[in-house]
Every structure is written in structure tokens, then in C-alpha cells.
Design a binder for this molecule. Structure first.
Ligand code: CP
Length: 311
């Protein structure tokens, strides 16, 4: 299956390619006449080793909207639980006829390992603490929709930066589009090894960040990746950065609130603010379908061109 492109992270992504994906996602949102046949006959396998509501289901809908078959791989019931290797699993999925694998795994780098053995496209739906690139695309799409150009705009990402794959991918996507990104958290929840990943500012006082923010993205504490015994009670941590009504009043009137979900209401964001008029949380989920359509098309269309060339 020559021509398939992987989509593993945004580490080497270039601005024009990201902009093209966002333009295409917006086109899908408005309605592309032949969207329903763009990936007709393709089979996409969803391989989710970690729970997911938004990502798994929006990929499934995106695949179906493009005319592809979506096959949900039963990770618990698969032969990987009997010890089958990544390599043999990848080769087996390819032999079944899959053109792409959308994979989420608790280990950073798992999609990259899978990509070495799969003769098709591998799309990362979140790996460990590392990356969640389609979340980055949909977050950037949502903010572009809101603000137009992101050049010089200020995005504040507040919460558990340290354990978050979303923070890295979304910050990078916004930065590629010209935004200034500030990562704000108590020191225990900031990255220590690569502060700001070389492109973002760090802050520990959210109240000081709010008046100049164009958008504020909250992150939950990634309880599944945290050793709770290393941290103070979560309520004490989120008290320092959780979005309350008082903090909301410090944001400029045009600023919007974002959150990749799932939300821990009352911790990183007040219950009443989740559906506030300036919340774009549901818009992010909605845009996730279109962003993932654009990513699937980009990864799989070369297959169709290659097939047409052989016909
Ligand atoms: N944002 C996100 O990845 O949500 P899910 O875990 O529900 O997919």
C-alpha cells in the first residue's frame, strides 16, 4: 500500500501543511459535495488501548462521513492479550485489508512503533504523555474560527501540563500559526525536562496571565498518569488555577474558554462555566469530526491516487 502517510505528532509539522488541514476541515464543515465518497472502499481500524469518548467516536464518524469502513479493534479481546507482538499485530491487520490504523496507547511512542510494521497509514490518537496531534489540529481550527489569524494572539494553557499530551500538541499547533503560548501551572505540574518545549512561556500565577489572554484552555489532572502520592490533594492544586467566576471576570470580554475534555467539573473549571456563552468546549468536539476528516483524507488519498495509477 504505497503512498499512505502517517500522522504521528506535530513535532516536525510545518505551518503551510497545518493551515491546509484547517482550511480543509472548515470546507468539510461547510459541506464538500463528494465528501461521502472520498475514502470509499477504505478500511480504517480504531485501536484504542485507553478509554476515549471524543476521539474514538469522532474518528468513527469522520471515517463514515468519508465513505470508509470503520472497524473497532477490540484491544482487550485481541491476541495481543495472548502476547502477540506489535509487529505481528500490525502485519495481521494489514493482511485483513486495513488501509489505516487510528491508535491510542498509554505508552509514548507506541504509534511510531506500529508505523514501522504497518504497510498503511498510522494515525496517533494519543500516546502516553507525548502527543495528541489531531487534538492540536481541532483546537487550532476552533481558535482560527474564533479569532481569524492567530498571529500575535495569546493562548494560555492552564492545568496539568506535565502529564498532558494535549498541551504539547495544541500548544505547538497554535504556535505554528503565530500565537504566543503560555503554559501555566503550579511548579509540580509543569514540565521540568524541557520547559515550554522550546517555544512556549511558563507561568505559575494564572491570575496574572488572564488579562492579556485571547483564549484560555484548561486541562484536567491526568489522574491515570499521576502518582497521587507524589502530589498534594488535587483540590489544593486546582485551587491555584481552576477557572472560577472570579477568574472569568479577569479575562478580556472577547476571550474564549477551551478544554479538550473530559472535564472534571468543579476542579479545573467551575460547573457553571462549562456551557458559558464564551465556552467553546462543545465546538471543539464538533470540530473534531471535521479536523479528523481532513487528517484521514490527507493520510489516505494518496492510496487512491496510487490505485488509480495502477488501474
Ligand atoms: N480530548 C480527548 O482526547 O478526549 P477523549 O479521551 O474522550 O478521546
Amino acid at each position: 500500500m504505497t503512498g499512505a502517510q502517517h500522522f504521528l505528532d506535530l513535532d516536525d509539522a510545518q505551518r503551510p501543511a497545518l493551515e491546509a488541514l484547517i482550511v480543509r476541515a472548515h470546507a468539510f464543515k461547510k459541506g464538500v459535495p463528494d465528501a461521502g465518497v472520498r475514502l470509499r472502499g477504505r478500511t480504517i481500524v480504531g485501536m484504542f488501548f485507553e478509554p476515549s469518548t471524543r476521539t474514538a467516536n469522532s474518528f468513527a464518524v469522520a471515517a463514515q462521513q468519508l465513505g470508509a469502513h470503520w472497524l473497532a479493534f477490540d484491544t482487550g479481546g485481541s491476541s495481543m492479550s495472548k502476547g502477540e507482538s506489535i509487529e505481528d499485530t500490525a502485519r495481521t491487520i494489514a493482511a485483513i485489508g486495513a488501509d489505516a490504523i487510528v491508535v491510542r496507547h498509554q505508552e509514548s511512542g507506541f504509534p511510531h512503533a506500529l508505523a514501522r510494521h504497518f504497510n498503511g497509514a498510522v494515525i496517533n490518537a494519543g500516546d502516553g504523555w507525548h502527543a495528541h496531534p489531531t487534538q492540536g489540529v481541532l483546537d487550532a481550527m476552533t481558535l482560527v474560527e474564533e479569532l481569524g489569524s492567530l498571529e500575535g494572539r495569546r493562548l494560555v494553557i492552564a492545568g496539568d501540563i506535565r502529564h498532558s499530551r494535549v498541551a504539547r500538541s495544541s500548544a505547538r499547533a497554535m504556535w505554528l500559526l503565530g500565537a504566543r503560548v503560555t503554559l501555566c501551572a503550579p511548579p509540580l505540574l509543569l514540565t521540568l525536562s524541557a520547559p515550554g518545549w522550546g517555544f512556549a512561556d511558563l507561568a505559575t500565577d494564572l491570575d496574572k496571565c488572564l488579562p492579556t489572554a485571547d483564549a484560555l484552555m484548561l486541562l484536567r489532572i491526568q489522574k491515570e498518569r499521576v502518582d497521587a502520592s507524589e502530589l498534594p490533594p488535587f483540590e489544593d492544586l486546582t485551587g491555584g488555577y481552576g477557572l472560577t467566576l472570579a477568574r472569568m471576570a479577569k479575562l478580556p470580554p472577547h476571550a474564549v474558554i477551551m478544554h479538550p475534555g473530559p472535564v472534571n467539573r468543579g476542579l479545573e473549571i467551575d460547573d457553571s462555566l462549562v456551557t458559558h456563552a464564551r465556552s467553546r468546549i462543545e465546538r471543539q468536539v464538533q470540530n473534531g469530526v471535521y479536523a479528523r476528516m481532513a487528517v484521514l483524507e490527507r493520510c489516505l488519498r494518496p492510496l487512491e491516487r496510487a490505485a488509480a495509477g495502477r488501474a
